[in-house]
Ligand binder design. Structure first.
Ligand SMILES: NC(=O)C1=CN([C@@H]2O[C@H](COP(=O)(O)OP(=O)(O)OC[C@H]3O[C@@H](n4cnc5c(N)ncnc54)[C@H](OP(=O)(O)O)[C@@H]3O)[C@@H](O)[C@H]2O)C=CC1
Ligand SMILES: O=C1O[C@H](COP(=O)(O)O)[C@@H](O)[C@H](O)[C@H]1O
Length: 517
């Protein structure tokens, strides 16, 4: 609970929030719960309204029922009591509208003005597009034509991923949006940037004297970023089969996490300074020069039938709305080089996949071995020091160091110094969408992607996609429930490295490192 004194500092300025796609999956699982949490924590006061927009008819009561169910199922807070719930739900209206029907926007405008009057909102309007990406351009044009941008306050467009399918389509979309919204009014969501531990990377790096001096190619051997999922494509087969892992996770979340690890310290902690540094990293990524280089450095694969626990898992090609002959990748891993002074020669290995054994997001920074190993030849093995940043589902960091095994003469064993943030009583980290909606309402664009970041990321990814397109059938396979194809292991083995076990467990789920104490 937030005390009254801090409330004004936390609260967002009064605004009307429009959720386009209010009957959809994202609204139900993420957006409504996020708005409720913000309200519960006093970050949204009473001067706000939400209008849910979608085509299907919904009475106000039905919409409130949807809202209630979504919060009870997906929010980290359960509904408090009836009086509190009624006060919250009162802020929500529904408008049935086909985004292509311009008359509907005039009605929406009238409805908005009534609410602005009721809540004393000075014309601030935040448009959240939880819609299929092909609708993004038309909505923004129609918002303007329909007079929705004529109010006195600020107007912001929050736009979901994917932002385009490749550089060309992203440029086209950006061009369409830029006729209506200025760059500083566009908030492109990458929900990984809203995650607590992704934001913490910055503090861990720039707030600790013992990391920053070592954060370079003199001391770091390699960096490994893993985003593994146990789920398959669920109900999103239609979208996913067109996108694949490279576009779904690589172009956005993975490259964004890489930039947070690799960027230079910004001169000030202002959104544009931070984003300038991130885009410099993206520009330093060494492009793969040919299809042969792609093949050497990037592994793609698709899951076949497999099992997890005692459960049989279907092959990707058997999933709903997936082409039975599909060659779409559900897994990829890559060796990425950042060609700048700090990182020259340090490989960044990234991997993501569906139907892997565990759900986790983790960054492992592997340090170089000691220049002189005084323990060599004495039957001692020194393991490299690791810094592991756990993003999800566990949040925390651990550092692996070598120490003398207590009670032995001189035996050395690795031990973990672990901080598990998510294990701390009383810490209930906000969901990524809470932070991002709050930031957008505050006008803080730090953790949203700027156009040049998106474009630069696409030009890197496009080379991989184009190389794959030349040889669609040349995809590897892995059984659902496994850690991906052998080639992904070979990718590191060629350089003398291996993937470090995630969650502190090896591939057979054997505890790899003992918790001390
Ligand atoms: N779901 C997720 O986990 C994630 C989703 N995203 C992105 O979020 C966006 C939404 O995804 P998701 O919620 O899954 O999609 P859904 O298909 O579940 O929902 C789409 C929404 O759009 C509405 N809609 C469709 N056509 C129109 C139209 N012509 N006029 C008005 N409303 C329309 C639908 O309502 P109706 O049929 O009633 O019109 C529905 O509310 C996509 O860009 C997706 O890529 C990003 C990350 C994760
Ligand atoms: O953006 C996406 O992310 C999810 C994974 O997000 P997480 O927060 O649960 O790690 C992924 O399942 C989905 O395919 C992708 O579109």
């Amino acid at each position: 609970m937030v005390d009254q004194q801090n409330l004004n500092a936390l609260k967002t300025p009064g605004a009307v929030f429009f959720i386009f796609g209010a009957t959809g999956d994202l609204a139900r699982r993420k957006l409504f719960p996020a708005i409720y949490s913000l309200y519960r924590e006093g970050k949204l006061a009473e001067d706000f309204a939400v209008i849910g927009v979608a085509r299907r008819p919904r009475s106000r009561e039905e919409f409130h029922d949807d809202l209630y169910n979504s919060i009870q199922e997906f929010c980290r807070y359960k509904v408090l009591d009836t009086a509190h719930w009624n006060r919250f739900a009162e802020h929500f209206e529904y408008k049935s509208l086909d985004i292509n029907n311009i008359d509907g926007y005039h009605e929406l405008r009238e409805q908005t003005e009534v609410l602005e009057k009721r809540y004393g909102i000075p014309g601030n309007r935040l448009f959240y597009l939880a819609l299929a990406p092909e609708l993004f351009g038309s909505v923004s044009v129609n918002l303007q034509k329909g007079g929705m941008l004529d109010s006195a306050g600020w107007h912001r467009l929050v736009i979901e991923k994917p932002f385009g399918y490749d550089l060309l389509s992203a440029q086209k979309l950006n061009e369409e949006l830029s006729h209506v919204f200025k760059e500083e009014e566009i908030y492109r969501i990458d929900h990984y940037l809203g995650k607590e531990m992704v934001q913490n990377i910055e503090v861990i790096r720039f707030g600790n004297a013992f990391f920053e001096p070592l954060w370079n190619n003199k001391h770091i051997a390699n960096v490994q970023i893993t985003l593994s999922e146990t789920v398959g494509v669920e109900e999103r087969g239609g979208y996913y089969d067109h996108a694949g892992a490279l576009r779904d996770m690589g172009q956005n979340h993975m490259l964004q996490m890489l930039t947070m690890i690799a960027m230079e310290p910004p001169s000030r902690l202002l959104p544009e300074d931070i984003r300038d540094e991130k885009v410099k990293v993206l520009r330093s990524l060494r492009p793969y020069a040919s299809a042969a280089e792609v093949e050497e450095n990037v592994v793609r694969a698709q899951y076949t039938q497999g099992e997890s626990g005692n459960q049989k898992l279907p092959a990707y090609r058997e999933e709903d709305k997936v082409d039975p002959n599909s060659n779409t990748e559900t897994y990829f891993s890559a060796k990425v080089l950042v060609d700048n002074f700090r990182w020259a020669g340090v490989p960044f290995y990234i991997r993501t996949g569906k139907r892997l054994p565990v759900k986790t997001t983790e960054v492992v920074v592997e340090f170089k071995n000691m220049p002189t190993n005084v323990y060599l030849g004495q039957k001692h093995t020194l393991e490299p020091n690791l810094l592991v940043i756990r993003v999800n589902p566990m949040e925390g960091i651990y550092i692996k160091i070598n120490a003398k095994k207590p009670g032995t003469e001189s035996q050395i064993e690795p031990l973990a110094m672990e901080f598990c943030q998510s294990c701390q009583v009383g810490i209930n980290s906000p969901e990524a969408y809470e932070r991002l909606i709050h930031d957008a309402a505050e006008g803080d664009s730090t953790y949203f992607t700027r156009w040049d970041e998106v474009a630069t990321a696409w030009s890197f990814i496009d080379r991989i996609a184009q190389a794959w397109k030349q040889n669609p059938g040349d995809i590897k396979h892995y059984p659902a429930g496994s850690w991906g194809p052998q080639e992904a292991h070979d990718l590191l083995a060629k350089d003398g490295f291996h993937w470090w076990p995630v969650n502190g467990q090896d591939e057979d789920n054997v505890i790899w490192i003992k918790n001390q104490g």
